[in-house]
Design a protein around this ligand. Sequence first.
Ligand code: PRP
Ligand code: URA
Length: 209
Amino acid sequence: MANVYVLDHPLIQHKLAILRSKDTPVKEFRELVGEIAGLMCYEATRNLPTKEVKVETPITTATCRMLAGKKMAIVPILRAGLGMVDSMVALIPSAKIGHIGLYRDPETHKPVEYYCKLPDDIGNRQVFVVDPMLATGGSAIAAIDFLKQHGCKQIIMMNIIGCPEGVKAVTAAHPDVDIYLAALDEKLNDRAYIVPGLGDAGDRIFGTK
Ligand code: PRP
Ligand code: URA
C-alpha cells in the first residue's frame, strides 16, 4: 500500500503559508514553489539506497556513502509542475527530465493530454512526478499510467498541496506509488478546486490571470 507523507517541517510550513496568500505576487509565488520543492525533495529522497565507498581525504581514507540505486528522472506535469523542476535539478544534477502535458477540462475536470516527451531510458530510472496540486487525482493518475506504460516501476509523487479525494484516488489506482505532500487540505469545492488551497497554481506561477 502506498505511503502518504505530509512534510510538517517548519520551513516548509512557513513558506506554504505565504504561498497560499492571495496577496502573494507572481514573482514571490514562483520563487516559493521552487524553494518548497527543494525542501520536499530532501525528504522525498530520504529512502534512496546508498552504498559504502572509500574516499581518500588529504588526511586518510574515509568510509562514506553514495547513492547506489537507479538513475533518476524528474517528470513535471505541465504547466504548473515546471515550477518545481529547477530546485530539484539543483539537488540531483544528473537527473533527466521528462514532460507530461495535461490540462483539466473545465467542465468534466478530467485530464486532457497535449504533450509528452520522456527520456529513452525512463523505464530504468527512479522517477519523481512533480505537480503543485493533487485535486481529483485525475492528472496524477493519468501521468503515472503513462509512465508505467513506458516501463517505469519506481515512481514517487510530489505535490505541494493535496486533498483526501485526490490521495484516495491515486493510492487506489497506484498503491505502489508513495506520495509526498507539504499539506493535506480539507476537501474539493464544486469546481474541483482544493479548499483552502492556493487557487490555480499554473495561473499563479505564470501570471496568466
Ligand atoms: C492543475 C494542477 C494539476 C491538476 C490537478 O493543472 O497543476 O496538474 O490541475 O488537478 P486534478 O488532480 O483534479 O487532475 P491544470 O489542469 O489547471 O493545468 P495547468 O498546470 O496548465 O494550469
Ligand atoms: N488545480 C489547481 O491549480 N488548483 C486546485 O485547487 C485544483 C486544481
